[in-house]
Design a protein around this ligand. Structure first.
Ligand code: CAO
Length: 422
């Protein structure tokens, strides 16, 4: 049965005419036993007045700024508790003192200002911060005397979330250490150890660095390493270049790999997807990005509609895009809209590496330098030209087995390029 309860300011010691600094409920709110209803603040303490019962707030009798003393009516509550209640909090306190049987008592929560705590916040605000996993000491208070209100905690959480989403392009150093709870970046006076020279990062390095940093931290990367036998393809490539010497177009292994990647994306479309919240966006276009090393830093031009282009066209267009990248002449359209990226270090060296995914793509293929290796053909070791493949993938989207299949399929095509169209 419901019962109307007059909730009054309980015994709060010697405090008189204390201002109400927060009203935490409104008519119609459902409140739990001991849930804070209002916060009072004296010179020395903040006091939360808790609800003496579970129920619904029917009438609110105080506003922020009102001055109250013991016995002042705060709220009329319609109790939904099954146990009978005394008519107000004061009588409950009296009952408790006489050791009479009673429902759980709602005593005021008094916190002495600036004594045990360095920050100034009411118990309800502290509880709210605790529930959100926030250390109240970190929250700047905006109320009088620097007191922290519930809204300050909310604003602090919003600010933290905003910072975590944001990307700083002004620096490639670890600027968000505190959010990741990392040690601060070491500050060293290098000149102590010998002569040094300071040079500012190029604009491209700053931008690509900030993107690489975000992608490395936010994407759970795994790299699947494999090797493709390109012995026959290399013979074909050399022959093609010899036959087409006059055109001035040089086909490198990269053009064949781009073509092979197009075929792999058609077969395994998850590699041509992007995460959008809890959804996967499957792209119907096949645009392949490739990392180009430029004097100013790394840039990723995008070869559009690669499925419509043959190996010669791909070789010609990648060379043109790489030239534009090195001259700093790429336009915005030429560096966006990729399905997947390729980072080829084959012209330089290396065996395998871990390329960083170019978000919002979900995979990147790294190519290292091909070398002759002894490969067992079932009867004997034979020299075969092996191209190292390093496929980094976003493990939220792609499973290890899919990644292994992608590399295995690529290897199959590269070993016998006739399969690219099959
Ligand atoms: N194995 C062996 N040799 C290879 C090879 C490989 N995997 N890939 C290329 N080569 C050879 C080429 O055949 C060429 O040989 P020749 O000089 O005898 O003709 C030579 O290496 C140089 O190739 P290239 O680099 O000029 O051409 P490409 O098509 O292979 O690559 C481009 C073009 C723009 C991708 C490349 O120049 C480049 O900038 N690579 C660096 C990419 C990079 O910085 N990645 C790291 C990014 S961080 O993840």
């Amino acid at each position: 049965m419901s019962e109307a309860i007059e909730v009054k300011v309980p015994d709060i010691g010697d405090y008189k005419n204390v201002p109400v600094i927060e009203v935490l409920v409104k008519p119609g709110d459902i409140v739990e036993l001991e849930q804070s209803l209002i916060t009072l603040e004296s010179d020395k303490a903040t006091i939360d007045v808790p609800s003496p019962a579970t129920g619904i707030v029917k009438i609110l009798k105080v506003n922020v700024g009102d001055m109250v003393s013991e016995g002042a009516l705060i709220v009329i509550l319609e109790s939904t508790d099954s146990e009978p209640h005394k008519s107000d909090t004061v009588s409950r306190l009296a009952q408790k003192r006489l050791d009479l049987p009673t429902a759980p008592m709602a005593a005021p929560k008094i916190q002495m200002a600036q004594e045990h705590y360095t920050s100034h916040a009411s118990p309800s605000v502290r509880k709210f911060a605790r529930e959100l996993g926030i250390e109240i000491e970190h929250v700047p208070g905006t109320r009088s005397k620097g007191r922290i209100a519930r809204e300050d905690v909310t604003a602090y959480v919003k600010d933290m979330m905003h910072k975590q989403r944001g990307v700083s392009v002004s620096s490639t150093t670890i600027s968000n250490d505190t959010e990741l709870d990392l040690l601060p970046w070491p500050k060293i006076d290098f000149a102590k150890f010998g002569p040094v020279q300071s040079k500012s990062l190029s604009r491209i390095k700053k931008i690509s660095g900030a993107n690489l940093h975000r992608n490395w931290v936010r994407i759970p990367h795994v790299t699947n390493n494999d090797e493709a036998d390109i012995t026959d393809l290399e013979t074909f490539r050399v022959q093609l270049n010899r036959e087409n010497e006059k055109t001035g177009i040089k086909v490198t292994i990269l053009a064949f790999v781009i073509r092979a990647v197009v075929a792999a994306l058609k077969k395994l479309p998850t590699f041509n997807a992007s995460l959008d919240g809890d959804n996967l966006i499957f792209k119907q276009y096949l645009n392949i990005g490739f990392a180009a090393d430029t004097p100013n830093g790394l840039i990723v031009p995008v070869l559009k509609n690669a499925e419509k282009k043959g190996v010669f066209d791909i070789a010609k267009e990648t060379a043109e895009l790489a030239k534009l990248a090195r001259e700093g002449k790429l336009n915005a359209d030429q560096i966006q809209g990729g399905s997947i990226s390729i980072s080829s270090l084959g012209g330089i060296g290396g065996t395998h590496f871990t390329p960083i995914i170019n978000a919002p793509e979900v995979a990147i293929l790294g190519l290292s330098r091909s070398t002759y290796k002894p490969v067992w053909n079932g009867n004997q070791f034979v020299p075969r030209l092996m191209l190292p493949l390093s496929l980094s993938y976003d493990h939220r989207v792609i499973d290890g087995a899919e990644a292994a299949r992608f590399n295995a399929y690529l290897s199959e095509i590269l070993a016998d390029f006739r399969r690219v169209t099959v």
